[in-house]
Design a protein around this ligand. Structure first.
Ligand code: SF4
Length: 96
């Protein structure tokens, strides 16, 4: 259960620009290998969240976080698998 993080049922259309996005496989894993390699320190979480999130305003679209992730949870926004597109907004909303 992700306490205090409710997503709104808004579709993936007309979302603000996001570079890379962390998706479903991160939930419950929080390996944090991505955090160690991110050159701009834009991947964040907190104790109440079950996954990490990428700050779209800080991400420089370098892709360094993709390969270190042991569960393949990170994708460029335009390559997020269809079943996980809701995570585009989830990442954005975390930083609002
Ligand atoms: Fe950080 Fe680069 Fe991943 Fe963006 S793409 S979250 S800047 S490592």
């Amino acid at each position: 259960m992700a306490a205090g993080r409710e997503s709104h049922s808004v579709g993936p259309l007309e979302l603000p620009a996001v570079a890379y996005v962390i998706t479903q496989p991160c939930i419950g894993v929080k390996d944090a290998s991505c955090v160690e390699v991110c050159p701009v320190d834009c991947i964040h979480t907190d104790d109440d969240s079950e996954m990490y999130f990428i700050d779209p305003d800080e991400c420089i679209d370098c892709g360094a976080c993709v390969d270190p992730c042991p569960v393949d949870a990170i994708f460029p926004e335009d390559e997020v698998p269809a079943e996980w597109t809701s995570f585009i907004k989830i990442n954005v909303d975390y930083f609002k």
